[in-house]
Design a protein around this ligand. Structure first.
Ligand code: GAL
Length: 666
């Protein structure tokens, strides 16, 4: 299988390069500046379909030839993209049946990218042809180092509801269920008398008068993901006929809900991810860390590539905040700390026109006499010094359960509360662990849990019997488990596990739930003996083997258990029946972080103590990354070794400047 890394040495640095937007004189300046900044890898051709195939079957590779030759002469390697995420105008006109149809039945317009149906045979044929022409021409080009298929599958066209998709969906269902009786059983169609007499009667889930069959919706999500995966595999197989260089596609973890990246990761030679800071957040670097840990986890712990991030503001948020001083450096190095072997950006040079002209770039509109350019050059130097970290692994003792199918199922309509959101609890638990300086992996609940002392399920509404057994074995064998409310409720078809909630987890948790008592929008409950505050959720928990650690002091379940503990076999299973806050409460420990600290201690999870919760600490191989997100310096004890970025020798302690990063190699 084609291998990784893609470059002969060091970390990859660069980004999306779109020289087609510029006259050729600018290209020469581009490569000069790339050398100045230490750029060694650029992604070329992402949206070039209409340029390399200006009319059906007519190819013009002149410009791309010159660009690749120029980059090669400058020593910059190329990640060559297939252009299939933006079909040309001629394609749309010639094949109107390939247009994307949304849930409301609207045919989406042209003049943009991603406007195609992933199940369209016309799209498949045209994509295959252009990829073949591209691969045949450039497979042997000396600048070429890897292939970048498409761009962000499933971002803007995840679900298509056109007649072609409907037919493909029916074929997919026939394949999955064999006979329609099995589909009826899986979807529970006796409800409202919605039974199907044949597969031909099934329609994709479009806008309906009231709530739709849950199974129909879930299977349509699965089908749509498979449709995009088939598109990827088709292109990859064409490339394979000409080249054995690594093939990837850029994921959008965790922001592309419709794509199950556990499945995607198995298809690429190296996992690549795009991440953009959400500037509306108070501490966006915590969500960044979560994205990076999840990316590393879908990559099976192997190094991955940060394919895109931004030097400054993006253009697509309501308010596009510039990065604060040092923030780009902290962001890039946090990705590297968490397993990325690259720091690549969208894009090299800021566009003067088009939808993204206000998006930041490595070369901003302000030019090279700018803070961004100076930071870009400095980052290039940092990454060169960090070359030794390449390929090394991050080890975690704690894992958070993450299942995209559970994410989809939880957020279908008509749940007990609109406040039940997958990312809400996932991020709360992640943040609490981040503030506890605990590095985590993510796992699918059915995966091997043996590397972890503690497994946390913040939001596992959908949980199969097999996953539940896996968790049970983990605890019995001496592992620890912590589960948040509304987990283990339904099976893979969104059918409630028989008996009291949480059906799949009753035994391992030693509790059962008699009734849910979701809270009003601003309502809170208090716990005792801890005075922690819960939001969103309360429920009537009965002890069936577990014991109460905290109880509700007020609210609909006053006096009843709120946090429980069940010693089972050689391990312990904890249950939390309300939404605790990850940020510090009025008293030390009266929050989710406090609870997690106690559970981490019980599970024997080692972590640094006594440090501010604004300091990010990650160990990757023999490199210790200390990233200070605060406005004051912080001194960290117990670190000895050589400063990789600053060349200093650290003997027992290190002071990390305000907003700064220190990396110590031991
Ligand atoms: C990414 C996309 C890029 C560019 C970027 C802007 O999602 O892959 O092509 O649009 O966003 O932030």
């Amino acid at each position: 299988m084609p291998g990784y890394p893609v470059l002969p040495e060091g970390l990859a640095y660069g980004g999306d390069y779109n020289p087609e937007q510029w006259p050729e004189e600018v290209w020469r300046e581009d490569v000069r500046l790339m050398r100045e900044a230490g750029v060694n890898l650029v992604t070329v051709g992402v949206f070039n379909w209409g340029l390399i195939e200006p009319a059906e079957g007519e190819y013009d590779f002149g410009r791309l030839d010159r660009i690749l030759d120029l980059l090669h002469s400058a020593g910059v390697s190329v990640d060559l993209a297939t252009p299939t995420s933006s079909p040309p105008a001629w394609f749309r006109r010639r094949y109107p049946g390939s247009r994307l149809v949304d849930r409301d039945g609207r045919v989406l317009g042209g003049g943009s990218r991603h406007g195609f149906c992933p199940s369209s045979p016309d799209y498949a044929a045209a994509a295959e042809r252009v990829v073949e022409a591209l691969a045949a021409r450039y497979a042997g080009h000396p600048a070429l180092t890897m292939w970048h298929v498409h761009n962000e599958y499933g971002w803007a066209n995840a679900h298509c509801h056109c007649p072609t998709s409907a037919e493909a969906f029916r074929a997919w269902l026939r394949d999955r269920y064999g006979e329609v009786g099995a589909l009826n059983a899986a979807w529970g169609t006796t409800f409202w008398g919605l039974t199907y007499g044949s597969f031909d009667e099934v329609e994709p889930p479009v806008v309906a008068p009231v709530g739709l069959l849950n199974g129909l919706q879930l299977d349509f999500m699965r089908f749509s993901g498979d449709a995009h995966l088939a598109c990827f595999r088709r292109e990859r197989e064409v490339i394979r006929r000409f080249s054995d260089l690594p093939v990837t596609t850029n994921f959008m973890i965790p922001n592309c809900k419709p794509m199950d990246y556990w499945r995607w990761a198995a298809e690429v030679d190296v996992v690549a991810n795009d991440h953009y800071l959400d500037s509306a957040r108070a501490d966006p670097h915590i969500e960044l860390a979560m994205a990076a840990d999840l990316t590393r986890s879908v990559a099976g712990g192997r190094p991955w590539m940060l394919m895109e991030h931004s030097t400054g503001a993006v253009n697509w948020q309501p308010r596009n905040l510039a990065k604060r001083p040092g923030e780009m450096r902290r962001n890039s190095l946090a990705h590297v700390a968490r397993g990325s072997d690259s720091a690549l950006f969208f894009q090299w040079r800021a566009s003067r026109y088009g939808a993204e002209k206000f998006h930041s770039a490595m070369v901003p509109h302000a030019g090279t006499d700018s803070g961004i350019w100076r930071d870009v050059v400095a980052l290039g130097a940092d990454l060169r010094r960090l070359g030794g970290v390449r390929g090394s692994a991050v080890r975690a003792e704690v894992a958070l359960g993450w299942d995209w199918e559970s994410y989809w199922a939880l957020e279908l309509e008509w749940r007990p509360s609109v406040d039940l959101r997958f990312r809400e609890r996932m991020e709360a638990y992640y943040e609490a662990l981040w503030r506890e300086h605990t590095t985590v992996d993510f796992v699918h609940p059915a995966a091997d849990l043996s590397p972890y002392k503690l497994v946390v399920l913040p939001s596992s509404y959908l949980l199969t019997e097999a996953s539940a057994k896996n968790l049970h074995r983990h605890v019995e064998g001496g592992g620890h488990l912590l589960v948040s409310y509304f987990s283990g409720i339904v099976d893979e078809n969104d059918i409630i596990h028989a008996g009291p909630y949480p059906g799949a987890l009753r035994e391992v948790l030693g509790v059962s739930v008699e009734e849910f008592h979701p809270l009003r929008a601003d309502e809170t409950v208090t716990l005792r003996p801890s005075a922690a505050t819960g939001r969103i959720w309360s429920e009537r928990v009965r002890l069936t083997g577990a014991r109460a650690v905290h109880r509700f002091a007020d609210g609909p379940d006053a006096g009843h258990p709120a946090v429980t503990r069940h010693d089972l076999g050689a391990g312990t299973a904890w249950y939390v029946a309300t939404a605790l806050d990850p940020r510090p409460g009025p008293e030390p420990g009266d929050d989710l972080r406090g609870l997690l600290a106690a559970v981490l201690d019980h599970a024997g999870v080692a972590r640094p103590r006594g440090l501010p919760d604004t300091l990010e600490i990650v160990r990757r191989g023999d490199h210790h990354f200390l990233i200070n997100h605060a406005d004051e310096p912080v001194t960290v004890d117990g670190v000895t070794g050589t400063g990789v970025l600053d060349g200093a020798e650290y003997a027992g302690s290190a002071t990390v400047p305000a907003g700064g990063v220190v990396v110590i190699r031991t």
